[in-house]
Design a binder for this molecule. Structure first.
Ligand SMILES: NC(=O)c1ccc[n+]([C@@H]2O[C@H](COP(=O)([O-])OP(=O)(O)OC[C@H]3O[C@@H](n4cnc5c(N)ncnc54)[C@H](O)[C@@H]3O)[C@@H](O)[C@H]2O)c1
Length: 396
């Protein structure tokens, strides 16, 4: 496999903290040639650490480097500006989540990638985690039967939550109902250095076209695990013949059917191997009385911690798509759908719990508000790509 030249744009918490250490471990696939961050100190520090060239704006980056792939990890509100600029320069894109903050800005990216014939992959990482890949195998193997209901309470929310609910439901979303509430909290800075002065709480109920339904409860403070919130979550998937509760897979033995149909909990086993001093997950396997379900880690030769596997997976998805001229695993359409569902849920809350049907066909009030506050804060319309790439988007 020939190596691809990659640059990272936006070396903050996600870029510097999560993506760069993984790119450095994928040496057989990527040459990390440049790190671009509008903050000079950040660009220089990370470039030094990773032996790459620092840049403080994407115009210079494109003028100086021959890039195959760009990894965009600037704040979400800037994704479309950087992505459209990169697509125009003919560079393939891996973009952090969300694809963009609104559907019109996501569409700018999708259109720009299409006309420039570049691949756009979205770094949706939740379903790529080993535990979730394994549960996908369990559901695929018909262990719990047909999925009817999904509960994700106090887990990830927003577009990540929607991605997980859709994956587990195995159907297309028909409608969303959202209930939202905002309440004050004392000013806090969470473990990810995010600032919060209010708790934005939401409850979402999604119906799918295959009759499955999903319920999620989320808030920024629960997600942050701050103020004692979110210590335990409920993740339950009810199927026609079994249930997955957290890590436990409940299967009902035939002789229990007439006496309460009590499910027996089976817990998967993880096998790890040592790769260059890193404990690497080799597989996750579930042994049932009449069936064994196993997820094998396809990246087990790399020294990746469990948390890094999903990031490596998305970086390899774009690499494979570029090298084989094929589609990336997730892609822009699914990233857009996650954001569409997320916006619909918020919009439902705003419209006093009106159920919103998919697809969204016109600009929502939620998105109009996002566009207006962008213009107010940054002084140019959100569609202005040239102004966007030169703007500093601060940490929130
Ligand atoms: N997938 C996940 O689980 C996950 C988790 C956290 C964050 N994210 C996403 O990752 C992205 C980055 O989040 P973060 O928390 O690392 O943000 P951050 O604010 O810590 O880092 C962003 C960096 O971008 C730089 N930047 C801002 N404007 C720029 C511009 N015009 N050109 C170049 N650089 C610019 C900033 O200086 C900063 O260093 C966001 O899209 C966020 O939604 C995803």
């Amino acid at each position: 496999m020939s190596k691809l030249n990659i640059a990272l744009v936006g070396a903050g918490r996600r870029g510097g903290g999560a993506h760069l250490p993984v790119i450095a471990k994928l040496k057989d696939v990527y040459n990390l040639v440049a790190i671009c961050d509008i903050d000079e100190e950040t660009a220089t520090r990370y470039a030094k650490e990773y032996g790459a060239t620092p840049y403080t704006n994407v115009r210079d980056l494109i003028a100086q480097e021959e890039l195959d792939v760009v990894d965009i990890t600037v704040p979400g509100v800037a994704h479309h500006a950087i992505a459209c600029f990169m697509a125009d320069a003919g560079v393939h894109i891996l973009c952090e989540t969300p694809i963009a903050v609104t559907l019109p800005t996501a569409d700018l990216m999708i259109e720009s990638a299409k006309v420039n014939n570049v691949t756009l992959e979205i770094a949706e990482n939740y379903y790529r985690a080993p535990r979730e890949r394994f549960l996908s195998e369990v559901i695929e193997a018909d262990v719990i039967g047909e999925v009817a209901r999904i509960y994700r309470i106090f887990y990830e929310g927003g577009y990540h939550g929607m991605s997980m609910l859709r994956l587990r439901a195995g159907g297309e979303p028909k409608s969303a109902l959202g209930i939202t509430q905002t309440t004050p909290v004392i000013p806090i800075i969470d473990r990810m250095k995010r600032h919060h002065t209010s708790e934005r709480w939401s409850l979402g109920f999604i119906e799918f076209d295959n009759n499955a339904t999903a319920l999620m409860v989320y808030s920024n403070v629960i997600h942050a695990r701050s103020l004692g919130r979110g210590q335990t979550g409920i993740s339950q998937i009810d199927g026609s013949k079994g249930t997955i509760v957290g890590e436990d897979i409940y299967v009902t033995p035939a002789d229990e059917l007439q006496s309460g149909a009590k499910g027996v909990a089976y817990r998967p086993k993880r096998t790890t191997i040592d790769v260059d001093g890193t404990k690497v997950i080799e597989n996750i396997s579930l042994e049932l009385p009449d069936q064994i379900v196993t997820w094998e880690n396809p990246l087990k030769n790399y020294p990746l911690s469990e948390g890094q596997i999903a990031v490596a997976d998305e970086l390899l998805s774009i690499a494979t798509a570029v090298l084989n001229d094929s589609e990336p695993e997730y892609g822009a359409a699914l990233g857009r759908q996650d954001q569409e569902m997320n916006i619909a849920m918020g919009e439902s809350g705003k419209r006093s719990k009106e159920t919103i049907a998919f697809p969204l066909t016109e600009l929502t009030e939620t998105e109009r508000g996002t566009h207006e506050s962008y213009q107010q804060q940054y002084g140019h319309p959100i569609e202005d790509i040239e102004a966007g790439i030169d703007t500093f988007f601060p940490r929130r």
